[in-house]
Design a protein around this ligand. Structure first.
Ligand code: GDP
Length: 479
């Protein structure tokens, strides 16, 4: 079985169980065997799969369950919980705090994406109000310092490194010291990698770690390594005390980029198997690296650009894997992009199923205000894949401005209506004239509105969970 079938197989097994008239021992066993087979074929270790089976059977003790209990629901909940447990070893042993100096050291093989990820991590925290700094203690790879310098300069993050000094420990110590004095609260040390695991690499890592005493060591791993993940992660864990994992190049698995845009346009509450080519390699690498390091995956890299970096959250991820939609991801995006005072009204309107042109206009305003547009756009469901294809950010920005100009020529009644029939030919011609745009453009804007209204309209009638309300989330998804 190819990896990309894992999520589908698990969901099918659950669906088969749901279709059975009676849930008995045989139905339960068939379902569990199916799920286990899928996980094993996706390279998840035998012991983990066996443990998962045992745990689920313990939770779903059919004989002990009182008559009238919803066994399907309990079974689904158990699978959901167990998959979450496999991926979730708990919080990292350290989380940076604003205003409190901390040192985070990055380790990983050469080419895993370590240097790129250091900058992404710094940039992510800079946007959250931290004062990060980057230290290049990679003296092994020619060009490493130049790369870090270039990335850091673009992101306006202070950096430290040397072309002359060949001792990584010395550079690391000097860099950390300098940035401590400059009151940076997140000092990130990029260390050398090697093409393969070797003693010299681990020795150097140990020395840098001893000299800089990092609060957190992050192991960076390329998602495409498949079965080698366990050994590699374990080897790093044994040399330095890895506290968290970041998995890179997740976009490499997306067929033609389709899976990633599907993720960005996740339609809440809808079965989203479309994302499966993205999530399955991640399950394999995540489960394995989590097992090997006993550390959580905290972020994933989803592209070469600095903003192609996502927080990794187990529960929404498993929801997505099982085709249950990503409610909390959706909510987080709303919380992140939409100003706080506008959120209740927006959510209320969405739950009433009224996505008006005014709401679209307001979201465009939010997006334009927050720029850089590429970083913000993909956060709102439906706003990324078609309206803003990757690499065409400038054109998309111009398009949005055009749409807004046309909407400026609309009446209040038009902006607040949810009735598409209101937009008669004469109104369209009036808007075109008023905005100085061809009729074709107005039609194009209305089509875009209909597309977004369809996606956002899926929220109608659903209880909207507040940020972090996973229990409500589970109820909504009928888990
Ligand atoms: P290092 O040797 O571990 O420091 O790796 P680099 O940071 O130099 O990255 C190696 C290559 O992987 C570079 O071309 C990066 O642009 C690329 N890269 C890093 N992270 C990602 C990612 O999440 N997605 C993609 N597509 N490429 C990435």
């Amino acid at each position: 079985m190819v990896l990309a079938q894992l999520g589908g197989s698990i969901s099918r097994a659950l669906a088969q169980m749901s279709n059975a008239t009676v849930i008995d021992e045989k139905v339960l066993n068939d379902c569990l065997n199916e799920i286990s087979r899928a996980l094993l074929q996706a390279d998840v270790q035998f012991k983990m799969v066996r443990d998962m089976q045992t745990n689920i059977k313990r939770i779903v003790n059919l004989e002990a369950l009182a008559a009238g209990t919803n066994k399907r629901r309990i079974m689904q909940q158990a699978v959901f919980t167990e998959l979450c447990n496999m991926l979730d070893p708990g919080k990292p042993n350290f989380t940076p705090k604003k205003g409190k100096p901390s040192v985070v050291m990055f380790v990983g093989l050469q080419g895993s994406g370590k240097t790129t990820t250091c900058t992404k991590y710094a940039y992510y925290h800079q946007r959250k109000g931290f004062k990060p700094a980057l230290v290049c203690a990679d003296t092994f790879r020619a060009g490493a310092f130049d790369q870090l310098k270039q990335n850091a300069t673009k992101a306006k993050i202070p950096f430290y490194g040397s072309y002359m000094e060949s001792d990584p420990v010395k550079i690391a110590v000097e860099g950390v010291e300098r940035f401590r004095q400059e009151n940076c609260d997140l000092i990130i040390v990029d260390t050398s990698g090697r093409h393969k695991q070797e003693a010299a690499l681990f020795e150097e890592m140990r020395q840098v770690s001893e000299a800089t005493k990092p609060d957190l060591v992050i192991f960076v791993m390329d998602s495409s390594i498949g079965q080698a993940a366990f050994d590699q992660a374990q080897a790093f864990k044994q040399s330095v005390s890895v506290g968290a994992v970041i998995i890179t190049k997740m976009d490499g698995h997306a067929k033609g980029g389709g899976a990633l845009s599907a993720i960005n346009a996740v339609e809440p509450g809808v079965t989203v198997f479309r994302t499966i080519s993205f999530v399955v390699p991640l399950v394999c690498v995540c489960v394995t690296s989590v097992a090997a390091t006993k550390s959580p995956v905290i972020f994933i890299g989803t592209g070469e650009h600095i903003d192609e970096f996502e927080v990794f959250d187990v529960k929404p991820f498993v929801s997505r894997l099982l085709g249950m939609g990503d409610w909390s991801g959706f909510m987080d995006k709303i919380h992140e992009v939409v100003p706080t005072d506008q959120q209740p009204e927006l959510l209320q309107k969405l739950s009433e199923g009224s996505f008006t042109l005014r709401l679209m206009y307001e979201q465009f305003q939010n997006i334009m205000k927050m720029g850089p547009i590429g970083q913000v756009f993909s956060m709102l469901p439906g706003f990324s894949s078609e309206l803003m294809p990757k690499g065409h950010e400038k054109e998309s920005q111009a398009k949005i401005k055009r749409y807004m100009t046309m909407m400026d020529s609309m009446t209040d009644a038009e902006l607040d209506s949810t009735n598409p029939k209101l937009m008669t030919e004469s109104r369209i011609i009036r808007i075109a004239r008023g905005s100085g745009r061809p009729v074709r453009d107005v039609m194009d804007m209305l089509e875009e509105y209909k597309r977004l209204a369809k996606i956002w309209g899926k929220m109608k009638g659903l209880k909207i969970p507040k940020k972090g309300e996973m229990s409500a989330l589970s109820r909504n998804m009928n888990v």
